[in-house]
Design a protein around this ligand. Structure first.
Ligand SMILES: Nc1nc2c(ncn2[C@@H]2O[C@H](COP(=O)(O)OP(=O)(O)OP(=O)(O)O)[C@@H](O)[C@H]2O)c(=O)[nH]1
Ligand SMILES: [Mg+2]
Length: 371
């Protein structure tokens, strides 16, 4: 995989997809602008006309295929992109459909070249100016009806890309901590406290509608901290598109999940629902280590905190509003990330890159992070 693909949202390389009408209008304008043949030598009027009509057809074909091919070339190869982005494709459309659409576009581009060959041959076979003009018009007609078949397909790609381009860059080479939990528990507040990310914090549930990446320097390495939209306690089939994005990030990119609980009176989900939600997540993604955190302790009495600890089995207790009690969580995360760098095969290279020279072992076999 190219470095670019490891560190960026692959859909960001798509700069502009022209709608079909624009492609057609532009190509015809370019073709009509060809007024004089480029052939300079002394030839008959009929020959000049033949060259002119050929030039127009060649220009028309070139402009149409150039724009169609550029859609195909700009589009990432959906089979090779990270599963996280593949799943997002499937949320807003379908990987299979994208592949079919791109295949159909390639087919249209090839057919344009075939028609061009046929029509140029027809021009070679005639000396008659009227026939030449009608061959050119016929070519235009065939092209338009062929290219217009792609109208719906191109609209589909434009729609998909618009949605996928707004997904932030995910760096597959960095350890990734996903902050998850019910709506309004303080996920975005935590991300703001412990990373460079600055997601919006709002009084109301469902403030976060999109995954947001922040970064934190954990001394020996940079980590990604991901803010996710709040999840309700309900079956996957009933989840909204926004919630499904959260699930996709938990599923495909999390190396650690920080699950936040809220025991205060204004909590969106009951304690039972919050526990059930975590149970669901853990059952689904049982391999990913999860840290349980109780937030908003500033709103709780000591007695309530004790009750919450018992009910949620939380390891850390904090107030992101007052920026209190976060140190323990950050230290625990640092330790987990360091262990991961040592043990997880996928971080083999990034560990070497991000750890400064003095911490690097002399021998590859003795690779360790003891400092
Ligand atoms: N009292 C108190 N309020 C908090 C704390 N953390 C967050 N809040 C408030 O809770 C509300 C929601 O905070 P967010 O950080 O937006 O919560 P979220 O989990 O990202 O919410 P969604 O994105 O809507 O799921 C805001 O009004 C915050 O100011 C806390 O520790 N104590
Ligand atoms: Mg939020």
């Amino acid at each position: 995989m190219k470095k670019d693909l490891k560190t960026r949202n692959p859909f960001r390389r798509v700069t502009y997809i022209s709608p079909i009408n624009e492609i057609i209008d532009n190509a015809f304008q370019q073709s009509q602008a060809v007024r004089r043949t480029r052939i300079k030598k002394r030839i008959s009027r009929e020959q000049k006309l033949s060259f002119l009509e050929k030039d127009r057809i060649v220009t028309l074909t070139y402009e149409l295929t150039r724009k169609i091919d550029s859609i195909i070339d700009q589009f990432p190869w959906v089979e090779t992109i990270h599963p996280f982005y593949q799943e997002l494709c499937n949320l807003v459309g379908s990987v299979d459909k994208i592949k079919q659409v791109l295949g159909r576009l390639k087919g249209i581009s090839n057919q344009l070249h075939e028609i061009e060959r046929e029509q140029l041959q027809k021009l070679n076979d005639t000396n008659h100016p009227n026939v030449m003009a009608s061959v050119r018009k016929e070519t235009g007609g065939r092209y338009v009806s062929l290219v217009k078949k792609a109208q719906g397909d191109v609209k589909y790609l434009i729609r998909i890309v618009k949605k996928l381009k707004s997904v932030p860059d995910f760096n597959t080479t960095l350890p990734t901590i996903v902050i998850a939990g019910a709506p309004n528990v303080g996920k975005s507040s935590l991300v703001r406290c412990i990373s460079s990310g600055s997601p919006e914090v709002g009084e109301y549930p469902f403030t976060t509608k999109q995954i947001v990446f922040g970064h934190a320097n954990f001394g020996l390495t940079l980590v990604q901290i991901v803010d996710t939209p709040g999840l309700l306690d309900r079956p996957f089939d009933e989840r909204s598109l926004i919630e499904r994005q959260s699930i996709a990030s938990i599923k495909h990119i999390s190396d650690v999940i920080v699950y936040m609980f809220d025991y205060s009176k204004n909590s969106e989900l009951s304690a039972k629902e919050q526990n059930h939600l975590l149970e669901d997540i853990s059952n689904e993604f049982c391999d990913t280590p999860t840290i349980r955190v109780l937030n908003k302790v500033d709103l709780l009495t000591n007695e309530e905190i004790t009750k919450a600890k018992a009910e949620f089995n939380t390891e850390f207790h904090m107030s992101t509003l007052e920026d209190k009690g976060l140190e323990g969580l950050v230290e625990a995360l640092k330790t987990m990330v360091l262990t991961m760098l040592e043990t997880k095969e996928k971080f083999k290279d990034v560990a070497k890159l991000s750890i400064s020279e003095e911490f690097l072992p002399q021998e590859e076999e003795d690779f360790s992070y003891d400092i």
